[in-house]
Design a protein around this ligand. Structure first.
Ligand code: SAM
Length: 287
């Protein structure tokens, strides 16, 4: 017969292999309990099933699988998103792109927004929750990603988002948007980071698909195509790699964007670039 273990013992054993934070998060998920519950009831005994699933999850984590995939959840901008290995795990640095988008979308004005490569829907659905008057289209070429984004839209009650499986702009021909946002694949195929950490388990389609030798091919395509889908003086904002800001600003300038900018994340790394397309005047140049 399997010996019963308490919360304290389970954490003690797992901590050696996967560290305290991950051990706590996985045990919270198995017990469907809060951080406070674990701290307040260290003597609570796990059932045999709970102990078994915690052991399995600990072993998978020790093997390198991301905590977010093991829990099936990740928080982004204080909202809970379902995640599976079909989608990129939303990153804290992507919250900068959402901040910049929200700054440009007045809460009391209807507007149209397009999110290219939506994955779990993190960007589109967060904007939708903060701007209920916005009419948002989120696209992804991965059927698996579209399925997860639709689940998240339902769970978050985001009725102002249309989610479409399509190659970049193909599904929105003839439409015009006030704001286009994207976190496209921007990692070059041979990048050594792909063989390290969480990236080993994330979909290659999300990281490298179409990014080309320098990681910039999707961004080039989005920059050159966006003017046909932007409303007058509309804005394009996108995330890019830590060393791609200068190249991105150059591409935006070449394509005729004005008010071109790059913004850095909390670590001081330039992460988001963008610009506006169409008529330019000093008064309207907010970027
Ligand atoms: C870096 S992930 C970003 C996911 C999500 N927006 C986020 O920030 O967490 C890039 C996404 O672009 C999608 N993608 C790649 N190529 C695409 C294409 N040609 N058309 C539409 N989406 C594409 C991938 O499936 C993936 O979901």
């Amino acid at each position: 017969m399997m010996q019963q273990i308490t919360i304290l013992q389970a954490l003690h054993q797992a901590r050696r292999d996967i560290g305290d934070t991950d051990a706590r998060m996985l045990l919270q998920s198995v017990l469907a309990a809060s951080h406070a519950h674990l701290a307040a009831h260290p003597e609570h005994e796990l059932t045999a099933e709970q102990a078994q699933s915690f052991r399995l999850l600990t072993a998978r984590r020790a093997h390198g699988e991301p905590v977010a995939y093991l829990m099936g959840k990740r928080e982004f901008y204080s909202l809970d998103f379902d995640v599976t290995p079909a989608v990129l795990i939303p990153r804290p640095e992507t919250e900068l792109l959402v901040d910049l988008a929200l700054e440009r979308l007045p809460p009391d004005h209807p507007c149209k927004v397009l999110d290219l490569g939506t994955g779990s829907g993190a960007i589109a659905l967060t904007i939708a929750k903060h701007r209920p008057l916005a009419d948002i289209v989120a696209v992804d070429s991965s059927a698996g990603a579209v399925a997860i984004a639709k689940i998240n839209a339902r769970q978050l009650n985001a009725s102002n988002v249309r989610i479409i499986e399509t190659d970049w702009f193909d599904g929105v021909s003839g439409e015009r948007f006030d704001l286009i946002v994207s976190n496209p694949p921007y990692v070059a195929d041979g990048d050594p980071h792909l063989t390290q950490g969480d990236l080993r388990f994330e979909p290659r389609m999300a990281l490298t698909e179409g990014a080309g030798d320098d990681g910039l091919d999707c961004i080039r395509f989005i920059i050159t195509s966006a003017p046909r889908y932007l409303a007058a003086d509309g804005t394009l904002l996108f995330e890019h790699g830590y060393d791609q800001a200068e190249a991105c600003r150059h591409l935006l300038g070449e394509a005729g964007f004005h008010s071109v900018l790059s913004r850095s994340d909390l670590a001081g790394i330039p992460r988001v670039s963008g610009g506006r397309f169409g008529s330019f005047s000093q008064e309207t140049a907010r970027m």
